[in-house]
Design a protein around this ligand. Structure first.
Ligand SMILES: [Zn+2]
Length: 406
């Protein structure tokens, strides 16, 4: 008997022995057979792997394909495919096209969820601002298995006084904090609604008028509320002052690069590193904010340079694209841009282990016995081409297939 076969037989026998009800349950077991598994960005890949999932958790992952599973198991043929942990998109919005989520038909929401997120491999997302009541209703339907979708984390927005960004509809009501006391109340309000973090606009883009920045004392007030409850604070910085005020106020995550400034200063990079600030590059976004292709290229390259500068200092990078604000859902370009600043394993870390560690989700981000069965089956090996992270064949969350290319 071949060694790999023996191993699987032992695993399977043990499983059947200790789980007598397994054969009765439908699709309690999911098996992905024959793929190349990358358990984490740093672990050696497992060729010709068998990946077994039981009740939403990974129960085994190892080399070997010659085994039989009982009928209730769902089997995905993963020959020739690469398998990586489920992706995090740490900057999305359930905004454009998501209104009325409480009562919208589930199939419509599922189609939109696929188009925007699940077909790109996302199993966990951070909504950095939308109508909270609407997104809470959507999240509830996702968690009730009505709408196949990712795990949704939500941050509540706070704007500076008179800082209604020009790209948001003027009739949209935005919470503006004129002082620290107001920011405290707003942050408390969001967290008591069940939100998972706070997003500050430390710089609001006003078109032809100057950027409106949020004062450091207001930033600090919101950060204090969030940190007292162990919640993270994101910022939309917009410009250098927006970055500096965010850093001075103790913000955790910069939700964009600042390409209009060209680069971070050495002091900013040192402070970001020292405070363990995380950076979300959103490089593709810079192709959508101006129409002149030459200016787009300049902005993207400045963003790439900022990403590279912070990454090479050892800074924490989190993948994020701002989809739901932008409708450029395809992630191919983002991977290509990020690949100019870092290696494919570093890009994988920004999609998996970095957010899992940063947001303290130890059961996510890697594939080993006992972790959540959140993973992505790719139609190409990202080691060969970083853009293959966008070639998603299946997205699996908690052992359930939430997207299938065919
Ligand atoms: Zn955004």
């Amino acid at each position: 008997m071949n060694r790999r076969y023996k191993w699987l037989l032992i695993v399977w026998s043990a499983f059947a022995l200790y789980h007598p009800s397994a054969q009765a349950a439908e699709h309690r077991v999911l098996a992905c057979v024959g793929g190349k598994v990358y358990p984490s960005p740093t672990a050696a890949p497992i060729q010709d792997a068998a990946l077994l999932v039981e009740d939403g958790k990974i129960s085994a992952v190892a080399a070997g394909t010659g085994f039989k599973l009982p009928a209730p198991a769902k089997v995905l043929d993963c020959k020739g495919k690469a398998i990586v942990a489920g992706f995090w998109n740490s900057h999305v919005h359930f905004e454009t096209g998501w209104h009325g989520a409480k009562d919208a038909p589930a199939d419509k929401l599922e189609a939109h969820m696929q188009e925007m997120l699940t077909r790109w491999g996302f199993t966990t997302v951070w909504d950095l601002g939308s109508e909270p009541g609407n997104t809470l209703a959507l999240r509830k339907r996702v968690e009730a298995d009505e709408v196949p979708g990712p795990h949704i984390l939500m941050a509540g927005d706070i704007f500076p006084e008179n800082g209604h960004p020009v790209y948001l509809p003027p009739e949209m009501e935005l919470p503006e904090a004129a002082n620290a006391a107001e920011a405290t109340l707003m942050a408390q309000g969001y967290l008591s609604m069940g939100l998972d973090g706070i997003k500050l606009f430390t710089g609001a883009y006003m078109g032809n008028k100057p950027v409106v920045n949020m004062g450091t004392e207001i930033v600090k007030a919101a950060v204090d509320v969030a940190h007292a409850q162990g919640k993270p604070v994101f910022t939309h910085p917009q410009n250098r002052v927006g970055v500096d005020n965010a850093l001075a106020g103790g913000v955790d995550i910069l939700a964009h690069t600042i390409p209009s400034e060209g680069s971070y200063t050495a002091e900013e990079l040192a402070r970001m590193k020292q405070q363990r600030t995380a950076l979300i590059p959103t490089l593709t976004l810079w192709t959508t904010v101006v129409s002149d292709p030459a200016v787009q290229d300049q902005l993207v390259q400045a963003g790439v340079n900022e990403l590279k500068a912070y990454f090479s200092e050892g800074g924490t990078i989190l993948f994020g694209t701002d989809v739901g604000f932008t409708t450029k859902y395809d992630t191919t370009q983002e991977f290509e841009f990020m690949g100019r600043a870092m290696g494919w394993k570093d890009v994988l870390a920004s999609l998996t282990t970095n957010p899992a560690e940063y947001f303290r989700a130890p059961s996510k981000g890697r594939m080993e016995k006992g972790t959540d069965a959140d993973f992505v089956v790719l139609d190409g090996d990202p080691a060969a081409d970083v853009r293959n992270f966008a070639k998603v064949a299946y997205t699996i969350r908690g052992g359930k297939v939430i997207y299938s290319a065919k």
